[in-house]
Design a protein around this ligand. Structure first.
Ligand code: GLV
Length: 312
């Protein structure tokens, strides 16, 4: 029987779900801090983890697979303790659907003028000029168009927007026009909304900076469900203050939790949410991981490992 260590702050629920999905494994859970069971770690070949605690991998000489407890693996790829030959696999669960709901919810909050309607209601004021905005035919740009970006694109199209995807390597697509990331600036001036859902890689880090935002439409709504570091926060604040975009809906931040002193908390044009756009629950994620759990239990190599040179 092969052994899988689950090192996670909610390890109990993950262990139950993984054991149920693949009973042929010896699965044990630990919080991401000592004391960890050294005898178990010494024989465990698999590790299910979000952030790898310092010194953990050194205690796992037989490690042959790291399964991320989430979609983004930037922090795992940056972790020098994971040997380069150990495959890392990711899981997006139902993030595409969740993040589509998040995007649509926050976009409509702006365009249905929810704040103004609630304010009028508080004042018992019947304001027939409070019209919702017609989004039909308006342009939405989605950066990152894989298993997360595509459902977001579909949802935006479903409420009438013209959707364009932006990817590292443009390719013909039956459903949507896909462009190279380098073309983003050329499209931004036409866009009502830009959704960031690309992985954090050297190619996307700081991509949304002052120069890019300067080419944006002044009514642009920026939605970031990817990683905070895709956006240069100082440049974003300057752009918000200068009226270069209408609203920034931010679920992710370069530093999380967002520090209490961050000006984003009180900025009238920023919406701050606590990295909740894609909840990583066992129910949503285990079906994704199941094929590799089975392969691992049978001693076969895992599939769909992250391409380390690409960064996702
Ligand atoms: C969460 O941010 C994830 O990458 O799963």
């Amino acid at each position: 029987m092969r052994s899988l260590a689950v090192v996670h702050h909610r390890h109990e629920e993950w262990v139950i779900a993984i054991r149920e999905a693949e009973p042929r494994l010896d699965v044990r859970g630990f919080p991401p801090r000592d004391p960890l069971d050294d005898a178990f770690l010494a024989r465990a070949e698999g590790l299910f983890v979000w952030k790898v605690p310092a010194g953990l991998v050194a205690r796992m000489p037989r490690l042959s697979w790291v399964q991320s407890a989430g979609a983004g693996v930037d922090h795992l790829l940056a972790d020098p303790s994971i040997p380069p030959e150990v495959p890392i696999t990711r899981a997006d669960g139902q993030f595409g659907l969740w993040m589509a709901r998040y995007t649509i919810g926050h976009l409509l909050a702006a365009t249905q003028r929810l704040d103004a309607c609630r304010e009028a209601q508080r004042e018992r004021r019947w304001d027939s000029r409070l019209l919702p905005e017609d989004l039909t035919g308006q342009v939405a740009l989605v950066l990152g168009f894989g298993r997360i970006g595509r459902p977001i694109g579909r949802a935006l199209r479903g409420i009438g927007l013209e959707v364009h995807g932006f990817v590292r390597t443009p390719r013909p697509d039956d459903e949507f026009p896909l462009h190279g990331v380098a073309e983003l600036g050329a499209w931004l001036g036409r866009a009502r909304v830009l959704v960031l859902c690309a992985p954090l890689t050297p190619g996307t880090q700081g991509l949304v900076n002052g120069a890019l935002l300067a080419s944006g439409h002044p009514r642009l709504v920026l939605v970031n469900v990817a990683r905070g570091a895709l956006v240069d926060t100082a440049d974003l604040l300057v752009a918000l203050d200068a009226g270069r975009l209408e609203r920034a809906v931010l679920d992710v931040f370069a530093e999380e939790p967002l520090p209490p002193g961050s000006p984003l908390w009180s900025h009238p044009k920023a919406v701050v949410t606590p990295h909740h756009s894609g909840p990583s629950t066992p129910r949503a994620m285990v079906p994704d991981i199941l094929p590799n759990l089975r392969r691992f239990a049978e001693g076969r190599p895992v599939v769909e490992a992250v391409d380390r040179s690409r960064g996702y």
